[in-house]
Design a protein around this ligand. Sequence first.
Ligand code: M6R
Length: 614
Amino acid sequence: MCGIVGYIGHRDAFPIVIKGLQRLEYRGYDSAGIALFDGNTINLSKTKGKVEDLKKKSKEISMAGTLGIGHTRWATHGVPNDVNSHPHYSNSGDLVIIHNGIIENYESIKQALQNRGYTFKSDTDTEVLINLIEEVQKTEGVKLGKAVQIALNQVVGAYAIAVFDKKKPDEIVVAKLGSPLAIGVGEDEFFIASDASPFIEFTNNAVYLEDEEMAIVRLGKEIKLRKIKNDAVAYPNILELQMNLEEIEKGGYDHFMLKEIYEQPRAIMDTYRGRLLADQGIIRMAGIDQNIEKFVNANRIIIVACGTSWHAGLVAEYIFEDLARIPVEVEYASEFRYRNPVITDKDVLIAISQSGETADTLAAIKLAKEKGAFVFGVCNVVGSSIARESDAGAYTHAGPEIGVASTKAFTTQITVLTLIALKLAKEKGEFSGSKFHEYLTELETIPAKVEKALKSNGLVETVAEVYKDSTNCLYLGRGYNFPVALEGALKLKEISYIHAEGYPAAEMKHGPIALIDEQMPVFVIATKKGHYEKVVSNIQEIKSRKGKIIAIVTEGDVQVKELADHVIEIPETLESLTPLLTTIPLQLLSYHIAVMRNCNVDQPRNLAKSVTVE
Ligand code: M6R
């Protein structure tokens, strides 16, 4: 987590770094800092709080310089305060660093440096690293780049760093292991950032560092990459980015989350565009086509993911087993990686991740690859670590998701996974041609049906008004909509801080029913296709205990309307596609409740968009 930004060129670095940090705030936002170098003086400012606080604080001092680095933090070592904020100086005051990641062996290094007379102002692992670099410079008599390389070979952990030296005013040294780092290449200027959003209006040429690579970014020179371990030269692959500025701005919406909820019809369509060819009766996906035997002959599919992506994985479990008849296991990546799982070369592992940077998911992939499994990545961020680490994959085409609460990532992940399941079902002969065709044409209607589901916004807002002060909520669903209940509960708790739990509706009677009284709102997904009568019975059970019932129903429903306190309708579709619709009112509901409770919708407390620590 944490976002890093750097600039070296001919422009004033301050506005570039500050704006870049604001775009990266989704990665962490408990403190922020900036250091600029004007050729003589280092101007450094940092503070607990947001980039906006940093901007205000920086007005009090001179912030000149055409070289700058900045950091927005999600605290790991040391509480969020001014001192622990980045950038950090070395003891001489000549070297300055920003760092995203964790140095695991920092304590032993710190002890050794203290024995040599070094002192530390902060509690961070990062201040230890910059002083280790300084110590290497002194004892080995090497320049900054070499000192960084030698120091990094002594540390254990993860990092994306940018370092500059007062004595070298025309260069910034960067390095990466485990945390992302992109270099934007402009005309006589370079940009450094955790993702490309801070520099997209200046250049669309970018180099993404691979793990264990470093670069000396020097004015007037081409970028040179080196392998940190063995000093081998690596050749930069300059990519042309497709992202545009509009995609990363709010576009008239109050919050990114709301914008992203409303983008779902387009995002789903973009995700199946060019893949779903209903008129030809085919699904074309290069990553699957080229590896079809691996999928068809797999003993099982293991899905690993975290958070919302894990919920998409649960939906996929239903789809793969139901349609393609392939056994599926869905695992939290964080558990999978540490429980010595049985994995063979007949397994296919699908890793789902919006950011493509989640540390636990990345580690699960590496483990599965070591054991010979075929790894398929479903990521949103192009060129992300998980996308690169996978043997093959399929991108969701959701576009940048900035709100920390995942919305369009979820529905586009389900879209990709549905396409894969349908393709495999066809390949395995589980489907007749007409059934396959029915699915393809129905999937094509989903964007318009999501659009229709979004029309419930006004009604959802009135429901939100009624329940905004609740302290607990239950979410229930069955079958394909059980994972949607989990996702609805996660959305509510993460942005409005209301305790919420999702359950399979039938599990309620095994415990959670004890919680139900007249204060308890219960959100029930009760669509016509999907164990409708059983869910109606569960609703009866809630009603007889005086719980408040808010039901998501298929349009035209009569039975549930009689029982529920509120009903929100969604259009009818095939059972396996209902999660793409039922999730919409639940996203809107948590959004409105969070706004009504004055919560920070896009940047909820304690969270970060990209969880690059375990
Ligand atoms: O980038 P990823 O999809 O790998 O992220 C996984 C989770 O951290 C993420 O889904 C998280 O749970 C979101 N805040 C949910 O809204």
